[in-house]
Design a protein around this ligand. Structure first.
Ligand code: FEO
Length: 395
């Protein structure tokens, strides 16, 4: 059943409490998600986005309870990814001639996935659609986070339909930000930004400044995932500007993997040294193989610096560290410092290799790193505490 937002706008999406992984197995969604679709009833009737493919029939059936599908004048596809376009095929079987308004890049992405030549109407930034008392204005937002992405602004109701932008993988039966736990919501919003949008931070900043420059009154920001920003809606816009500007908190994350606990002991001694040098710094330790990789990237995102640890195995570092390094590279984080550490038995290449990869990933490597043979004894543990303290001095 739809949920009324305003006299003209009804939420007709799907709350997915079961979802625990997104983008295949890449993104953990501990708190589920939602695929938000919005039905606008003015003089014309408009559907904005649909839901993920497994819920396509459910979506169409519920939409039929809300409206005679033949009354839908326009469909707007703000983004072609399957979590928003997944029900298009089922819907277009019912109303095959209904125009789909989207960017030229969305025509490519939607055709590329569904191989259908639907009635696409391509739009660009500034194009408008008169739907009665309200007007819809389209704002292209390429690479936020696909080339095809756009926002749609509805005058009168002053709603920005922002698709993935400002979204959160956060299932809620309540529609609005002021109806949910604020700290949970902001944690999910940051996790979404860190893992999906951070590679595109320069575009985020430019796009937000462009929208702010349009001086549009904004009463609601309606993203395609999670809750609607209703109470102080632009708080998330301000957060995005902060997150996009080389965000960091006073935190050091120590991310390591270990085979026989030597590298874990090194990580813990380094953490001791950091705390001794500056108790105000938040220090967190993560096992790359046991902790959730999406959560680790979120913690790296909010850190001033990262220490990466692995023993040497087969002249390299461990598998989980390779995976985290790849995610760190892809996030395109800037102005963060780093160094590596690890134990070894005989060849000992891991520390040098990790430092090289950290540098390639855009981190400023401030130390050659610390490596030790076999398992650290008391003397080496003390040196590791010193290494942790010295690392703080280099930040
Ligand atoms: Fe929520 Fe990029 O799709």
């Amino acid at each position: 059943m739809g949920k009324r937002i305003t006299d003209k706008v009804t939420w007709v999406g799907k709350v997915d409490w079961e979802l625990k992984k997104f983008h295949g197995d890449e993104f953990s969604t501990h708190r589920g998600s939602s695929y938000n679709s919005y039905l606008i009833r003015d003089k014309k009737t408009v559907l904005i986005d649909t839901v993920w493919l497994p819920y396509d029939k459910e979506f169409v059936n519920k939409l039929k309870q809300e409206i005679d599908l033949r009354e839908i004048d326009y469909i707007i596809a703000n983004h072609g990814e399957v979590d928003h376009s997944g029900a298009l095929s089922a819907l277009m079987r019912e109303i095959p001639d209904t125009p789909i308004y989207c960017t030229a890049n969305a025509v490519k992405s939607i055709k590329g996935q569904y191989h259908e030549d639907w009635n696409f109407v391509t739009v660009k930034t500034g194009d408008t659609l008169d739907i009665g008392e309200s007007t819809l204005t389209f704002i292209e937002a390429p690479m936020l986070h696909w080339p095809d992405t756009m926002f749609t602004y509805m005058s009168g109701e002053n709603i920005l339909f922002s698709n993935d932008g400002f979204g959160q993988h956060y299932a809620s039966e309540s529609l609005y930000n002021d109806m949910v736990d604020h700290s949970e919501l902001m944690a999910e919003a940051m996790k979404y930004y860190a893992n999906i949008l951070s590679p595109f931070s320069p575009m985020v900043t430019r796009k937000i400044k462009e929208i702010l420059g349009m001086n549009l009154p904004i009463t609601l920001i309606c993203p395609s995932h999670g809750v609607i920003w209703k109470e102080n809606p632009t708080q998330i816009v301000e957060k995005y500007l902060e997150w996009a500007a080389d965000y960091q908190e006073n935190q050091i994350s120590i991310v390591y993997d270990t085979m026989w606990n030597a590298t874990r002991k090194m990580a813990e001694a380094i953490a001791d040294g950091i705390r001794q040098a500056d108790p105000s710094i938040t220090v967190k330790l993560f096992s790359a193989s046991k902790s959730d990789k999406t959560d680790i990237i979120t913690e790296v995102f909010r850190s001033r610096a990262v220490l990466l640890g692995s023993p040497t195995v087969n002249n390299g570092y461990l598998y989980a560290i390779a995976g985290i390094l790849e995610l760190m590279r892809g996030a395109k984080l800037k102005k963060k410092k780093a160094a590596a550490f690890g134990s070894y038995g005989w060849s000992g290449e891991a520390v040098k290799l990790m430092n090289e990869e950290l540098a390639k990933a855009g981190f400023e490597v401030v130390d050659d790193g610390f490596r030790t043979t076999w398992c650290p004894d008391d003397d080496v543990l003390e040196k590791l505490r010193g290494f942790g303290s010295a690392f703080v001095e280099k930040l």
